[in-house]
Design a protein. Sequence first.
Length: 82
Amino acid sequence: LSNWGVGSAKTVEHLFEELEAEETVLQLGARGVRRWLNVVKVRIKPVGEPGLLLVEARQIFPDGRERARGLPLSEKMFANEA
């Protein structure tokens, strides 16, 4: 837990918020506790430009920290979403 909320890592409070919002589930398995979630990913490309892709450049946390992303757009789904 000492690394939670340090640098680009999310805080323990953020995990609790995800659990309360039903965005994630914790499961106990042979390798310990794991965080499970469903993610929807969106790929946006301009017509006629197959080599281009819209990406999320960075994530800015409420406390001002930033995390570089460089990934296609994505969002966690709620547990009751299909």
